[in-house]
Design a protein around this ligand. Structure first.
Ligand SMILES: Nc1ncnc2c1ncn2[C@@H]1O[C@H](COP(=O)(O)OP(=O)(O)O)[C@@H](O)[C@H]1O
Ligand SMILES: [Mg+2]
Length: 482
């Protein structure tokens, strides 16, 4: 059975073509048959006329006894004999087998009496009776021949006239099949695709339901469409995320800038207070001033994070050794890791190609991931940093922890700015959104997998350094404001 629509249409076309050829051949054959029958019918009529002539001379001879009539009769008898010989097969076909022999015998017997009478120049009454009987039989047979032949011709005409109707019937059936095929395999799925496109336009990216594993055009089209809808959904989500981050970025940048100066002033004033009036301050007051400095520094840290997050300027990227970035970042959190009794493992191949990055930003990315991992483990567990060549274009860095994992309902939101599950004072919800936007600025992307109670894996995809870039040293990348 033809699978593709193209093969089906081809098959139907070939069958129709063959059928048309067959019908045309049948038609031509019928018409040739008819013309042959008409010709033979003419000859049957000639035969009847000859026999009637013979009988006319027979009557004349029997009435007037003139032997000349017999001579004329013999001429017609000879013609008749030749004619029936050539029509032998046709006679048997029209009147049944054996008719020709019967006819020929009668003719012989008739000719014999005519011959005899011509020789004797007279005829006995017995022979005259026989001659009449044979003659009558001959006329009867010739008459039947003519009338049956006419009937046959009429029948064949009827059949020939029916051929176009049969052809029309088959044509209607084939056309119905074609229409059904077009409806079933083309128009119906097209309608479904049209509806789905409208649905996708309204923001519903769910795929066209059903099994579309066949190899025909429509299944292939629907598979391609479903994969496009999936890609659109992924891109749409990424776009929403980027927009959200961009919008919040603009908003927070303003606030952060405004907060930066007063915070600096608070720190400066408190520092001055401690330095200039150290002797005059009681220990309790000094304690309070230190508290002010500590809290102001914490606030400044948050502001710094906000500024990092909302920074829209270009990053100057260069070819960096990932091992060095990770090691230097690790040093920043080494104490915390040791205090929490966490094992830190680094699995980075020596020959790993360099990555395209901005050193401080990459440090920021991994610092945020390490801090989250430490907080998720709380005490005892491990953090593993593994780097592999993911493809020709990307290097993948996995940061794997054995912490408490992320609930599926949180997983959707962890990259959203200010989304935190940690208590007040413990988390700002900015770490991962800063990480996300920095990774984007590197032309990469970030993925996460997590299982409650078992841990999480953050995979950062960074662009691999191409040799020509390493030689030139630096390049700058602007990935927009996200
Ligand atoms: N390694 C991790 N293990 C478990 N949960 C994590 C991990 N990393 C991030 N999260 C979750 O993602 C949330 C957002 O993280 P982040 O943006 O860094 O903000 P914060 O750490 O300030 O809460 C966290 O509150 C936490 O619930
Ligand atoms: Mg964090």
């Amino acid at each position: 059975m033809a699978r593709t629509i193209r093969a089906k249409i081809l098959a139907i076309t070939v069958v129709s073509l063959l059928f048309t050829c067959m019908v045309s051949l049948i038609y031509v054959w019928q018409i040739m048959n008819l013309s042959r029958m008409l010709f033979n019918a003419q000859r049957f009529e000639d035969l009847l006329n000859d026999i009637l002539e013979v009988r006319r001379y027979e009557k004349n001879f029997l009435l007037y006894g003139d032997p000349k009539n017999l001579t004329e009769s013999l001429v017609y008898l000879k013609d008749t004999r030749i004619t029936i010989k050539t029509l032998a097969k046709d006679i048997d076909r029209v009147m049944g087998k054996g008719t020709y022999v019967k006819f020929a015998n009668l003719l012989e017997k008739y000719s014999f009496i005519v011959d005899n009478s011509l020789k004797n120049k007279s005829i006995t009454s017995e022979d005259a009776e026989k001659l009449r009987t044979y003659g009558k039989k001959l006329v009867d047979i010739a008459n039947s021949l003519v009338s049956r032949k006419r009937k046959l011709i009429r029948k064949t005409f009827g059949h020939t006239a029916a051929v176009p109707f049969v052809f029309l019937g088959v044509f209607v059936i084939v056309a119905t099949l074609m229409v059904q095929l077009v409806f079933q395999r083309l128009l119906k799925p097209l309608k479904v695709i049209e509806d789905t496109i409208e649905r996708v336009g309204r923001g519903d990216f769910s795929p066209i339901p059903g099994e579309w594993s066949e190899e025909d055009e429509i299944s292939r089209l629907i598979r391609a469409f479903n994969s496009m809808a999936h890609e659109l959904q992924v891109n749409q989500e990424a776009l929403i995320q980027s927009r959200k981050i961009a919008a919040i970025g603009t908003f927070t940048a303003g606030i952060a800038h405004e907060l930066n100066n007063p915070l600096n002033n608070i720190c400066l004033c408190a520092d001055t207070l401690i330095e200039e009036y150290a002797d005059e301050l009681s220990p309790e007051v000094r304690e309070l001033v230190f508290d002010i400095i500590q809290q102001a520094e914490r606030a400044a840290d948050i502001v710094k994070n906000l500024l990092d997050f909302s920074r829209t300027d270009r990053l100057v990227l260069s070819c960096l050794d990932l091992r060095e970035v990770i090691q230097k970042t690790y040093r920043l959190v080494k104490n915390q890791i040791m205090l929490a009794g966490i094992r830190f493992e680094m699995d980075i191949p020596d020959d790993l190609p360099k990555v395209l990055g901005h050193f401080r930003s990459l440090q920021q990315i991994f610092l945020n991931l390490f801090l989250n991992a430490i907080q998720a483990i709380e005490s005892h567990g491990s953090i593993t940093v593994r780097a592999v060549e993911d493809s020709n274009e990307f290097i993948r860095v996995d940061v794997i922890d054995t912490g408490k994992g992320i609930k599926p309902e949180d997983l959707k939101h962890i990259f959203t700015p200010f989304y935190t599950t940690k208590g007040v004072g413990r988390g700002t919800g900015l770490g991962l959104s800063v990480t996300y936007s920095l990774v984007k600025k590197h032309g990469g992307h970030i993925e996460v997998e997590s299982e409650i109670g078992r841990g999480s894996k953050f995979s950062v995809y960074l662009r691999r350094c191409k040799p020509e870039l390493c030689e030139n040293g630096e390049r700058s990348v602007n990935s927009g404001s996200g």
